[in-house]
Ligand binder design. Sequence first.
Ligand code: PLP
Length: 226
Amino acid sequence: MRDARLDELAENLAAVRAEIPDGVGLVAVSKTWPAADVLRLASLGVTDFGESYAQEAVPKAAQVAEAGVAVRWHHVGQIQRNKARQIAGYADVVQSIDRLDVCTAVARAARRAGRVLDALIQVRFDTDRGRGGCGPGEVEGLAECVDDSVGLTLRGLMTVAPPGVDPAPVFRELAALGASLVAEEYLARPWLSMGMSGDLAAAIREGATHVRVGTALFGSRTPPSG
Ligand SMILES: *Cc1c(COP(=O)(O)O)cnc(C)c1O
């Protein structure tokens, strides 16, 4: 039977892939979309998926695993300490470490689960704490916390560009912070997770190693009315 949704996802994926050079990782942000769509994209070769809410991600990851499909899950949403256990249970990569208490809670949960998660520090370059992220001055302390944690492996940095401004300077600042982690010998080659559907090209120009794409792959999260 013809699967119209598979055709749609394949078309969107081809358009997104055309913008991403080899060596830049694509994380398909599947929040609000069902496990069936994750399985469709996995069948098209997508290996990495991102989720924002643990309560949505845990059952979705279980459904994908039950289908016998192995993918890598990235937690990209803000972390409440009381969700650390769920996150450490489903995620392979946690991209949104932004406070010391979050670092220690996720690290402890990972260790208890016998897991080691790849970890990114989320940085914000505006004053709006609403979307999460630490200030640039807090990166060093968080890098030390992640680096010292048995359950976490420090990989690099993540940011979400604030809406309505030119994102390029923000991405450049993240790359500069990545370079300082190299200078301080935390990492040889930091991951820079930056760029979403609306600012993919700018992020790639500024050196993104990973882009997080939702809408451009799956469609608009709010179904059109009428
Ligand atoms: C939802 C989300 C994305 C994907 O955003 P799109 O604009 O739909 O591509 C990327 N990163 C984070 C942290 C998100 O919450």
